[in-house]
Design a binder for this molecule. Sequence first.
Ligand code: NAD
Ligand code: LMR
Length: 333
Amino acid sequence: STPGTPGAPVNVTVTGAAGQIGYALLFRIASGQLLGQDVPVRLRLLEITPALSAAAGTAMELDDCAFPLLAGVDITDDPNVAFDGTNVALLVGARPRTKGMERGDLLEANGGIFKPQGRAINDHAADDIKVLVVGNPANTNALIAQAAAPDVPAERFTAMTRLDHNRALTQLAKKTGSSVSEIRRLTIWGNHSATQYPDVFHAEIAGRNAAEVIDDEKWLADEFIPTVAKRGAAIIEARGASSAASAANAAVDHVHTWVNGTAEGDWTSMAIPSDGSYGVPEGLISSFPVTTAGGSYSIVQGLEINEFSRTRIDASVKELAEERDAVRGLGLI
Ligand code: NAD
Ligand code: LMR
C-alpha cells in the first residue's frame, strides 16, 4: 500500500519546512522512517519567501547526510509547485497565536494558509494523496483544507492526535509500572486541544483492562486526563518553545501507521472526518480509535461509552463544532 508507483520515489511535501518541527521531521523522512526502509522519497519543502534561505540550509544538511533513500529535495514558496504530484502532504506550517490575537483572528489567518494549500492539493496532487495536518488548530485547519479540495476524497484529510496518544501511553505506563509496548487500545477522542479526551476504558495493559488495573477514577479525572491534555502547554513552559521532536515523531508514526497498518488486536488515534460514529456529527474532523490496513483506515465500532467518557467526548466535539461554525462564518468552508 505504499503510495505512488512501485519503485519510483514517493513525493512527500512538508510545509513550514524551515520551522522547528520541520527540522526534526525531514531527516527522519529522508532516512526511511516515514514509509519504510525500501521506499525512496523525494522531498518538497514549502516555506514562505523569507524562510526559503533557511529551508535551503536544511536541504544542504539533508545532502550532507547522503541518505540512500533520498531521491531529491525541491524548495519553493509556491503551493502549486509544492503539491505537484504529491503522494503524502504534511501540513506543519501555521500561523501561531500571538499577543492580543483573538481566536477568530487566528482562524482567519490560518484560513489564509490552509485554503490555498487545499486548493493546490486539489489541483495538483497525485490521486493517492494522503494529508496530515499538524499546524494548529490542526483539526479545523484540516477541515479548511479539505473544504477547498472537493475533488479529493474527504477521508484523505486527517489531523494529528498521535502525539496525544503517545503522551497518554507513557503516562499510563509510568503509573502502572508497565512498558508502553504492553499497552494496547488506548484512544484519544475529539480535538487536539485541552478538551481532548484520552480514554483508558477499552485499553489493555498486558492483556488486562487498564481502567481495572488503575482502579482510581480520581487519578484519571484529576491527574491523567489534564496531564495529557495540557502537555503541550507544559512543554512550552519548560522548554520555552513548543514540542518539536516529539511532534515530528508523532507525525512519522501517524503516516507510517496509515500506510503500513495497525498491529493485530490494536488500534491507534487519528483525527479524521466523522461518519457520524459515536454521536460525532458527520464531517467534523475529530479523533477516533481507528485501525488501518492497505493504506485505508476504519473507525473501531461497537465500543461501549460510559457516562464518564460520554460527557468528555461531547465537550470536545462541541468545541470542534464551534470552531467549524466560526470558520463557516468567516467564509473559509
Ligand atoms: P515554527 O514556528 O518553528 O515553524 C513554522 C514554520 O511554518 C515557519 O518556518 C514558517 O515560516 C512556516 N510557515 C508559515 N506560514 C506558512 C505557509 N503559508 N506556507 C509554508 N510555510 C509556512 O513552528 P513549529 O514548532 O514547527 O510548529 C508548527 C505548528 O505545529 C504550530 O502550529 C504548532 O502549534 C503545531 N503543533 C502541533 C502539534 C500537534 O500535536 N498537532 C504538536 C506540536 C506543534
Ligand atoms: C502540542 O500539543 O505540543 C502543541 O499543539 C502545543 C502548541 O500549542 O503548539
